[in-house]
Design a protein around this ligand. Structure first.
Ligand code: C2E
Ligand code: MG
Length: 416
């Protein structure tokens, strides 16, 4: 199987090289291990502190603040939990990673705390830290920020969104989904991005919620859906048996003519609705229950696949499974990444699988970031998988070349 992020582009390597990192840990061996990995990636500025007090002193006296702090939890002197509070109190804008060997449930609580503190929390590295998990967290820091900066997310304005849509700045990216049984590519999730003339490529977190709040999400969904159909039609006419999944906001489900509009677009692209899966986050469903129920049921009647997205995160997920005709269950990435070392997450995946399969649903795990995640999902009998371990979302034109390379390396027989 190929490595997770096998080829880091030259601009990404440049960004990595210029990162300023502060390591906070009382264990010199752990410090040596992480520092060695960072240096191998070309990172030159790596400083070390042995507890929270020393780290705060280092930050206060620094000429340039660190852009990333990697912090242990249990340390004599000031521990990691208290240190995170002080970091937040200083409005630290860099990325934060926890590296710890503590009890997984305690780590989960600290992760929540980091988010409540509004720190830019990038994830946890379980000790002994693995190079590929470290790389994923680093790529998150350097690759995901709008503006390509390291600061907080800069939201787009509603005006930028509506004029940008007219100017053709919306671009759908595709993240591969794979069948775990034979590693073949089954399709892709469509994830929207913004090609901003000055700010460069912008991630969805900077504009989806703004579009939802200002009544622009329907228009945006139509653009993404149109691009998705155009690509799927191109790929299927080349002979590739692929499906696409499109994310649908709950606001869009209040549109009664949605089943006709989508069915029409699918037909005009020469496709069948059975090759299109609509991903819906059930916990956010239903401001107008009757309309949403009707729209969802009629979408299913027309043959679209229906996926319950981010499963396990909303307390109403189970209830919605009973109410709605979902064909697929998508286990949220917060349970998938690191699940091999997390009994609670593993139990949630296992019970989601059992429930999904008992209801005849396809179960997809999203957010597989390491080989351990992959191996666990395969052992548990998950149907499909998606995640950075396989590939990040990519521009449409890169998808078929990527699929061909992946299948040549990972699948035994012919790839079509
Ligand atoms: P989602 O539907 O849960 O999409 C999966 C998100 O997880 C994507 O983030 C994807 O890039 C990310 N992801 C995939 N694999 C991994 C992994 O291994 N590790 C980590 N850390 N993350 C992974 P993205 O593209 O930023 O999208 C975020 C959310 O924005 C989506 O969550 C979806 O709710 C929404 N969204 C994206 N595109 C659209 C769209 O076209 N329409 C609507 N309505 N919502 C969209
Ligand atoms: Mg989704």
């Amino acid at each position: 199987m190929s490595k997770p992020i096998s080829n880091i582009s030259a601009p990404m390597l440049d960004k990595l090289a210029s990162l300023r990192v502060l390591l906070v840990d009382d264990d010199e061996i752990a410090l040596d291990r992480i520092e060695g990995m960072l240096r191998k990636l070309g990172i030159k500025s790596v400083n070390r502190s042995l507890d929270g007090h020393a780290a705060l002193a280092a930050i206060e006296s620094a000429i340039s603040l660190p852009q990333l702090v990697i912090c242990d939890l249990y340390m004599p002197g000031m521990d990691g939990i208290e240190f995170l509070r002080h970091l937040a109190g200083r409005s630290f804008e860099g990325g934060v990673i926890i590296s710890s060997g503590s009890d997984k449930r305690l780590i989960k609580t600290v992760e929540n705390l980091a988010q409540v503190h509004h720190l830019r929390f990038l994830g946890t590295l379980y000790k002994p830290v693995e190079a590929e998990a470290l790389l994923v967290a680093l790529m998150d820091l350097i690759g995901s920020a709008p503006n390509n900066g390291y600061g907080p997310i800069q939201k787009m304005t509603p005006e930028e969104i509506s004029s940008g849509m007219d100017a053709g700045q919306v671009e759908t990216f595709f993240q591969p989904r794979l069948a775990l049984c034979d590693r073949r590519v089954t399709g892709a999730e469509c994830l929207v991005r913004w090609r901003h003339p000055e700010r460069g490529l912008i991630q969805s977190v900077a504009f989806i919620s703004v579009a939802e709040e200002h009544g622009l999400i329907n228009d945006l969904t139509m653009v993404v859906f149109g691009q998705a159909m155009a690509r799927l039609s191109e790929w299927r006419s080349m002979g590739y048996d692929l499906d696409v999944s499109v994310n649908i906001s709950m606001n869009t489900l209040n549109r009664l003519d949605l089943p006709e509009v989508f069915a029409d677009m699918v037909r005009k692209a020469g496709l069948e609705p059975g090759h299109v899966i609509l991903e819906i986050t059930a916990s956010r469903l239903m401001s107008d229950i009757a309309t949403s129920l009707e729209v969802i049921s009629r979408l299913r009647l027309k043959g679209f696949g229906l996926s319950i997205d981010n499963f396990g995160t909303g307390y109403s997920s189970m209830e919605k499974l009973k109410q709605l005709p979902f064909t697929e269950l998508k286990v949220d990435r917060t349970f998938v990444s690191g699940a091999a070392d997390d009994d609670v997450a593993r139990a949630i995946i296992e019970s989601s699988l059992k429930m999904g399969h008992a209801l005849g649903m396809n179960v997809v795990a999203e957010g597989a970031e390491t080989r351990q995640d992959w191996d666990l999902l395969a052992a548990l009998g998950c149907d499909e998988v998606q995640g950075f371990f396989i590939a990040r979302p990519m521009p449409a034109e890169e998808f078929i070349p990527w699929k061909t390379r992946w299948e040549a390396v990972n699948c035994k027989s012919k790839s079509q």
